[in-house]
Design a protein around this ligand. Structure first.
Ligand code: NAD
Ligand code: ZN
Ligand code: ZN
Length: 380
């Protein structure tokens, strides 16, 4: 695919990627998902997203070629590739902070490298393509276990670990009330995982009825439409004996709707996106509670009620997900049937139709939860 500017992506012939470093591999893509994070790029909210870039940080494929220093991966391996590009050796990678690698994106002080996620995240091309260059090939990619469905595998590159880490960062204690903002794939998975950490009550808030219906059954949990609730913060207070939730999770990020003022100033780049869900999370959590942010925001200004964070003594935890750290446990959860990620895939779309796929997913048409793109060389 080829990014042509905000709200415009199309399919184009591009030169095949090449090995540029001895630790690179070239992977032939067999499945690539579109993620809510791609919608921030598509809407033009991520700085330094350049015309001509290939998006796509959620992909699986077959190793076609390896550089001379690659030892672990072999040509022909079927691999799932974490969305973070990480060196595995720097001070951050050594702590398991693979989303904050210092080598893969040396120009930046914040985020590490991410496939297909603008020059802010290192300027790497992504996997919504037939072939992709995979740097540090011995670090990130994991050979897909025998018998695992590729649709499950592709969701292990981001959605499953991100939903899980959202719940993990919430520091959920037994019996806690957890409120998740956003019923996209990430919020759905966060709600499901909240139970694994001992939540006593899980509430999801969104406005798309079809997603609320899905998460009610899938997590399972309570789910409410914020357009019907009026003020979601007041609803949370009422339903928690006026205490507030123990943990609030922001699984929405910069493209939040719900408050015209935030949306207008967010989209007009006065802020780096609209922090509506984050405001609701901060104002809806109890004093001393935890707000876990996985929703992605641009790196610059947002209208965040920081005074309330201080006065309530809230702990805020946030990060890009450290996929590699979580994979061993989450592969096991999928194999044991504790998590069933592929149930979220609602649309299988040929890669050639990428531009329709973006339009559908970004506008939430046709009851779409998660679309997967299939390149011509891979079987549907
Ligand atoms: N931290 C990470 O590593 C990481 C990884 C993957 C995705 N993400 C981020 O997670 C977020 C969710 O991703 P997704 O794929 O589920 O996206 P998505 O676009 O499918 O879902 C977002 C959902 O939020 C809902 N929403 C909008 N405004 C809301 C509001 N004010 N309150 C409640 N719900 C609201 C939308 O209706 C939609 O259903 C995105 O910001 C994405 O960038 C972060
Ligand atoms: Zn993603
Ligand atoms: Zn590193």
């Amino acid at each position: 695919m080829n990014y042509r500017g905000p709200l415009r992506v199309r399919i184009d012939e591009k030169p095949d990627p090449e090995i540029l470093h001895p630790e690179d591999a070239i992977v032939r893509v067999t499945r690539a998902c579109i993620c809510g994070s791609d919608i921030h790029l598509y809407n033009g909210l991520v700085p330094d997203t350049r015309v001509g870039e290939t998006f796509g940080h959620e992909f699986v494929g077959v190793v076609e070629e390896v550089g001379p220093e690659v030892q672990r991966l072999k040509v022909g391996d079927s691999v799932l590739v974490p969305f973070n590009i990480a060196c595995g050796k720097c001070i951050f990678c050594k702590q398991g902070l693979y989303g904050n690698c210092h080598e893969a994106n040396p120009q930046a002080t914040a985020v590490g490298g991410i496939y297909g996620y603008s020059h802010t995240a290192g300027g790497y091309n992504g996997g919504q393509a037939e072939y992709v260059r995979v740097p540090y090939a011995d670090v990130g990619p994991v050979v897909i276990p025998e018998g695992m469905d590729l649709d499950d595998a592709v969701l292990l590159t981001d959605v499953v670990p991100t939903g899980y880490q959202a719940a993990e960062m919430g520091g959920i204690q037994k019996g806690d009330t957890v409120v998740v903002f956003g019923a996209g794939p990430i919020g759905i998975m966060a709600a499901r995982c909240a139970w694994l950490f001992g939540a006593g009550r899980v509430i999801v808030i969104d406005k798309l009825e079809y997603r609320l219906d899905f998460v009610r059954n899938y997590a399972p949990c309570e789910a409410y439409n914020y357009e019907e609730l009026g003020d979601p913060v007041m609803f949370i207070k009422k339903t928690t004996d006026w205490m507030g939730a123990d943990v609030c999770i922001d699984a929405v990020g910069a493209d939040a709707t719900g408050r015209a003022y935030h949306s207008i100033t967010g989209r007009a780049m006065v802020q780096a996106g609209a922090a509506t869900a984050l405001r609701w999370a901060i104002n809806g959590v109890k004093k001393g509670g935890v707000v876990s942010i996985v929703g992605v925001y641009g790196p610059t200004d947002n209208l965040v009620p920081i005074g309330n964070v201080l006065n309530k003594g809230i702990t805020i935890r946030a990060n890009q997900t450290s996929v590699k750290r979580l994979l061993p446990k989450l592969i096991d959860h999928v194999q044991k049937g504790i998590l069933n990620p592929k149930a979220m895939i609602t649309h299988r779309i040929p890669l050639e139709d990428v531009s329709d796929a973006y339009r559908m997913f970004s506008s939430k048409l046709d009851n779409c939860i998660k679309p997967v793109l299939i390149p011509p060389s891979a079987a549907m």
